[in-house]
Structure formats: structure tokens, C-alpha cells
Design a protein around this ligand. Sequence first.
Ligand code: HEM
Length: 359
Amino acid sequence: MSSVAIKPALIRASRQTYSRFARTALLAGLAGSGAVAAYLYSKNRNNYNNSSNNNNGKKLTTLMAGVAGPNIAKVPSGKGLKDYQEIYNDIAGKIEENLDYDGGAGFYGQLVRLSWHASGTYDKNTKTGGSFYGSMIYDPESSDGANAGLAAGRDFLYEFAVKYPWISRGDLWTLGGVVAVQESGGPKVPWRPGRVDSFDKRDIPPPGNLPDASEDGKYVRNLFKRMGFGDRETVALIGAHCLGKCHTHNSGYEGPWGPSFNMFTNDFFVRLLQGWHVRKWDGPKQYEDDESNSFMMLPTDIALKEESYFLKYVKLYAADQDLFFKDFSKAYAALLELGVEYPRGSKPFLFKTIDEQES
Ligand code: HEM
């Protein structure tokens, strides 16, 4: 990676390091006991991140007898905003301690991708998939090629499943995405708890519901339509490619979309409108920027400027970051809730960022 790509990340990292001591003080009160954690780890790990569980279908189905029907959110008894803000703070603290991860990308991109892949399996026609059951730990969802590399995000969050055994996997993974968006400078994302873990193999969505990056605009339009999204929401959601990177060992693709890959901005759209050419390399077809040959776009990203029904929104968001933030927040909150039914009148939580709690 060229130095131009790393520099802004370092600036951001040092800005965050500056307030690390204050944050550590804030978070210190929330740290759990190691002994308790070790006990709970052995107790719970089969319920969290052991995808080999479903090599034994019997074990899966006998743990819970089928849960067909509406996925009605059920918040653990007595839990409210304060409890979830506590987990938010813990996740934010751990992100802060790992800012150097993945060449300075930190865990922002990884956690947003985890939340999106947990949710984006939703099919509005069959009302299956989505984040409700936290099914990504099971085959065939866990081994779906599209999910390659996401064990890192699940493992990152695992200690919070141990520390807060009452939170479901779906709630933890979607909350992790909200923390990552807000703490990297993005918009506030309203979030509601109540997803419920399932151990029933019938609740695992089939592989192939997540997008293939080698495809064109029509494909992207139809895929997001299957989740219930229109063109405007589709473009807004893909703007999350401002964060993180592609990794050859996960998807075959390589590199970040821009230089500020640990900051949530509208930079993805600004860059997309600039000049791009097909990269000459022995990997899958991807694009690199004419100016520095340092950044990348996927074929599905480039499709957003090739199709007029997408391009108008790319231009809107490139010109107006506030509008992008507003639209992203709404579409992302909806994405995380796909397939979850909430009791009437249930109110979303708005979490305070660590910066807001310190000031
Ligand atoms: C047509 C739709 C999409 C396609 C084809 C696509 C494809 C990809 C691919 C191939 C990667 C690289 C994974 C790796 O190699 O580690 C990636 C990363 C990422 N995607 Fe998407 N994506 C799409 C939509 C979205 C949406 C809707 C979001 C969030 C709302 C999102 C968030 C991310 C993030 C944050 C990363 C960086 C992950 C990291 O840094 O580890 N993507 N995406």
C-alpha cells in the first residue's frame, strides 16, 4: 500500500490514541473477571461460534424443536438502554485497543460487514434469513464463500457474549455494526434488541443470498429488491465501502476503496465519480484509480455509476455528506431489522458515542 493510503489512517489513529486514557478510565468499570469469563467461555462456546455443531443435525434440532412462525423480538427481561449502552461501550473500547488491526483499518469495516452479512440473507418473498436467529455460526451459512473472513468479527465479539450471556448472537452482531458506524464518525443508527438465538437447522438460510461482486447493475438491483430495498437505499448502503478493505484471502479482491478506510464518510461516492481502469493483475476483475493506482472498486461498485437509476444517487451523496448520513442511517437500521418483528410501539435505542459520554 502506498504511503498516501496509510497517512490519514495514522492521523485518525493518533487522534483516537490521544483520548485513549480517558476512555480507558470510562471503560474500566465495565471490565469483567477473567475467571468468570473462562468458565462462561467453556459453558457457552457451543452456542456461539462452533459451526461444527451442525455436522450433527440431530444436536441442532433437539436443542430446540422448530421455531417456525413470525420472528417476534423478545428483549431479555429487565434489560434496557443502559444495559445495551454498556455493551456498546465495551465493544467501542475493544475497537479502540485494536486500531492497528488490518493495516490501520481497525475493526470498523469487519464489524459493519459482519452485521450486513448476518442481515442481508433476508428474502422478503419467503420471509426467511436475516439476523434474527444468529444462524451464521452454522453450515451452510458459515461456509458460504461470501462469509469468508467473518469469523474474525465473530471472534472479536465473542468475549461480550461471554460477559453478557443474556445477549443473543443476532443482537450482538448487529450492535457491533452500529458501534463501528458511530465510532468511525458515521451517523447515529437507531437500533432495537430482541433477536433470539436458534439451534434449529431449519432457521439457517441457504447459501447464495449475499451478493457476488463480479456482477452488473441489474443483478445488484434485483438482489437488494429481494431484501425489500429500492435503488436509493441500495446505493446508500453500499456507501459503507468507505470503511475497511478487500482481502485476497477472503474474497480474492484486494485493497481499500480510499485512503480514509477507518472513517465513515461519503468518500466512496466522491472517488467513484473519478477515473477508474481495470487493474492488470492475476486476480479477479477489479478496478484501480487512475490517479494513484492505490485504491480499488469492485465491478458491482462501478455498476453504480454505469446505471442511470443508481448514478443519480451516487451524485447526490458525493455532493452532500449529510444527506448520505441521513439515508444510510435509515437504510442500515432497516437492514439490521430485516426479518424481525417488533411489538407495536417498541422504541429504538440511540446510543451515545464514547466522545459524547466523555464531554
Ligand atoms: C452489491 C453489494 C455488495 C457487494 C458485491 C460487496 C462485496 C464485498 C467484498 C467482495 C468485500 C471484500 C471482503 C474481503 O475480501 O474481506 C466487501 C467488504 C466490505 N463490505 Fe461489501 N459488498 C456489498 C455491499 C455492502 C453493504 C450493503 C455493506 C454495508 C452496509 C458492505 C460493507 C462492507 C464493508 C464494511 C467491507 C470491508 C470489510 C473489511 O474491512 O474486512 N458491503 N464487500
